[in-house]
Design a protein around this ligand. Structure first.
Ligand code: SF4
Length: 430
């Protein structure tokens, strides 16, 4: 695949018949949630951590409305609201932040790790959260660890928030060169337990995960660590782990039967476990997964799919939906293209697939209207207008909140795409 130089306005286009993929780059207005959104799944993953957004009322509303329906206990996230005086630089926002953190830690003794999460407003007034974290670490030494990262919409798209949070944890990971598999990226607990059990049956020596279930029980990293990414949006974390001596395994992401099988097989191969052992453990799952997929494939096969750039999961999902569900790819958008992290999935995309990196939302919507695909995967903000125009949509954010990894989930994953098509059919006949 070859890319021609980026232009600020006009999209650039090139194709490489060798790999059969056509790549366009766009650099215009984006319609993507910011990295604060990832707090919604991170706070559930690490119940002893707290995420304190330093931002405006808009930031507070975003996180609350994204997570609101899922709160059953006192939330493990909040917002230190920067008021007008702070934004105008009239008050000392640092003093106010120190006071708030002191009150929070007194009220919530269970907090072990406190993430200060930067936002657009905190960046605009140049509030130095790295310095604030240093200062608060000194003040609360031995009680809590304070870290910082940015979830601002200026710097991050919605899944990049997790990448930034994991990078913030990196200096705390102990050094250990022992052989181990490190699964990186948040998984639903039940899905992770299932993978752990399968790896144990294959005979992998030691399997750890990042982020861990307790923020204070961080996995070690070193020369014996093989990194298996569970999520495709962790470019910075993957590189930081490699910098610490770990080896990054190349595999498709564990979406669908094929991707999940190849993902687990890549880990097994890295530890010298033979294909016969892998087949003995995984073949029954593969068989079951294919049976679960079959009814959804009937509905999805031949349907035309347009993926707008949003979650960074678009390429592996496109691979799954084309190869295992028979969908036709009209366009696959991706916020940014990390060729190394996407190599295995890119190699499995059908020849002629049109990829688009970045976004110029108006141009993309024009293409959607011209193509009239059967299904568009997109962010919440674009879904309603497209539905009003009679085009079925799937919210990409749902794919991050749902347990979709593994052979066992392949049927459920396909169902997530079949459901809006069924709904659209019913609406058309209503
Ligand atoms: S961080 Fe920026 S994009 Fe995100 S909610 Fe706050 S103001 Fe909006």
């Amino acid at each position: 695949m070859v890319v021609s130089p980026v232009s600020a306005d006009a999209p650039s286009r090139s194709s490489d018949p060798g790999e059969g993929l056509e790549l366009t780059r766009e650099n215009g207005q984006r319609e993507v949630f910011c990295g604060l959104t990832s707090i919604v799944w991170l706070h559930r993953r690490m119940p002893d951590a707290f995420f304190l957004v330093v931002g405006s009322r808009t930031c507070a509303h975003l996180v609350q409305s994204a997570a609101g329906v899922m709160i059953f206990a006192e939330p493990r996230f909040g917002t230190a609201i920067l008021g007008e005086r702070d934004l105008a630089g009239l008050a000392d926002a640092n003093d106010e932040l120190d006071r708030l953190v002191g009150e929070l830690l007194e009220r919530r003794p269970e907090i072990r790790t406190l993430f200060l999460v930067g936002s657009c407003p905190s960046e605009v007034i140049k509030l130095d959260l790295a310095k604030a974290a240093e200062r608060l670490n000194r003040q609360h030494s031995g009680r809590v660890i304070v870290l910082n990262y940015s979830g601002s919409g200026i710097e991050t798209t919605f899944t990049q928030g997790e990448d930034e949070a994991l990078k913030a944890l990196m200096p705390l990971l102990p050094v250990d060169d022992a052989e181990q598999l490190l699964i990186v990226g948040t998984l639903a607990d039940a899905v992770e337990d299932r993978f752990m059990a399968l790896f144990e049956r294959m005979g992998l020596p030691r399997v750890r995960s990042l982020p861990p279930r307790r923020s204070s029980e961080l996995p070690p990293v070193g020369r014996g660590t093989r990194v298996l990414l569970a999520q495709p949006f962790l470019s910075g974390t993957a590189r930081a782990l490699v910098h610490r001596g770990a080896t990054l395994l190349e595999a498709p992401y564990p979406f669908g039967v094929e991707g999940s099988r190849d993902w687990m097989a890549a880990a097994a191969a890295a530890f010298g476990i033979g294909p016969a052992t892998v087949a003995e453990v995984l073949d029954p799952l593969v068989e079951r997964g294919r049976r679960a997929l079959a009814p959804h494939r009937e509905r999805l096969a031949g349907k035309r799919l347009f993926l707008m750039p949003d979650s960074q999961m678009e390429i592996p999902l496109a691979r799954f939906l084309s190869r295992e569900c028979g969908m036709e790819l009209v366009e696959v958008g991706v916020p940014y293209l990390d060729r190394q992290l996407m190599a295995a999935d890119l190699a499995l995309l059908p020849a002629g697939t049109r990829l688009c990196e970045g976004q110029d939302v108006e141009r993309q919507l024009e293409r959607v209207r011209a193509e009239r695909p059967d299904l568009v995967v997109c962010g919440l903000g674009l879904a309603n207008p497209l539905e009003a125009e009679g085009i079925a949509t799937k919210w990409s954010i749902e794919l991050v909140f749902s347990p979709i990894h593994g052979c066992d989930q392949a049927g459920d994953l396909a169902e997530l795409f079949a459901r809006p098509l069924r709904r659209r059919t019913l609406l058309n006949f209503a």
